[in-house]
Design a protein around this ligand. Structure first.
Ligand code: SF4
Length: 188
């Protein structure tokens, strides 16, 4: 049974700490180190290593894939945030039977962003270090708050080098949509 490469270092209690490249670790003794170094691991050693993700039966099996996944996750460096999803309202003009998002009827008060929320979101966007931004508006029906979308658009277009907007709409507001896109084309 292949064992993934293990590094080790002494622990203050006289035992040894072993670690693999995926961040898995365990403590054992010098006798284990000798067996590991001399390729004389016992069936008990191998069972322990296998069940704890340090050994596998074959390339591609579950233990191997799990190790690969943990290793890749450890190497991944998150990039700066450049994609945000905003929900300016939970109100919606439709009531689809399959709806899986939070929504309330169009006339329901108290489910829209107020001015202080818009300002806080603009402040948050201003704090990002990315030079490009993609903003996705969801709802409810986000076109019910076209004024908010326009404020965010106006801010992003002057704050970032490039700004991409996505509006997840049920297309129930054709006039607002065509006016918005007419403005967008005019900006180009
Ligand atoms: S349009 Fe979208 S948000 Fe509105 S009820 Fe239908 S699925 Fe839900």
């Amino acid at each position: 049974m292949p064992v993934v490469p293990l590094k080790f270092r002494p622990h203050q209690d006289g035992l040894l700490l072993f670690a693999d490249d995926a961040g898995g670790y365990f403590k054992s003794d010098h006798a284990f180190l000798r067996r590991y170094a001399c390729d004389q691991l016992t069936s008990g050693d191998l069972a322990f290593l296998h069940v704890n993700g340090h050994a596998y039966n074959a390339v591609g099996d579950l233990a191997y894939s799990g190790f690969e996944h943990r290793f890749a996750e450890r190497l991944y460096l998150p990039r700066e945030m450049d994609y945000v999803i905003l929900v300016p309202t939970l109100r919606c003009n439709l009531a689809c039977g399959y709806c899986q998002v939070s929504r309330v009827n169009e006339a329901t008060p108290g489910f829209d962003w107020d001015d202080s929320t818009v300002e806080a979101v603009i402040g948050f966007l201003d704090s990002l270090s990315a030079r490009k931004i993609k903003v996705e508006f969801q709802g409810g029906e986000p076109l019910l708050r076209l004024d908010v979308i326009e404020r965010i658009r106006d801010f992003c277009s002057q704050r970032f080098d490039a700004c991409e907007l996505v509006i997840c709409t049920n297309v129930g507001f054709h006039a607002e949509l065509s006016r918005f896109f007419h403005q967008e084309v005019s900006h180009l």
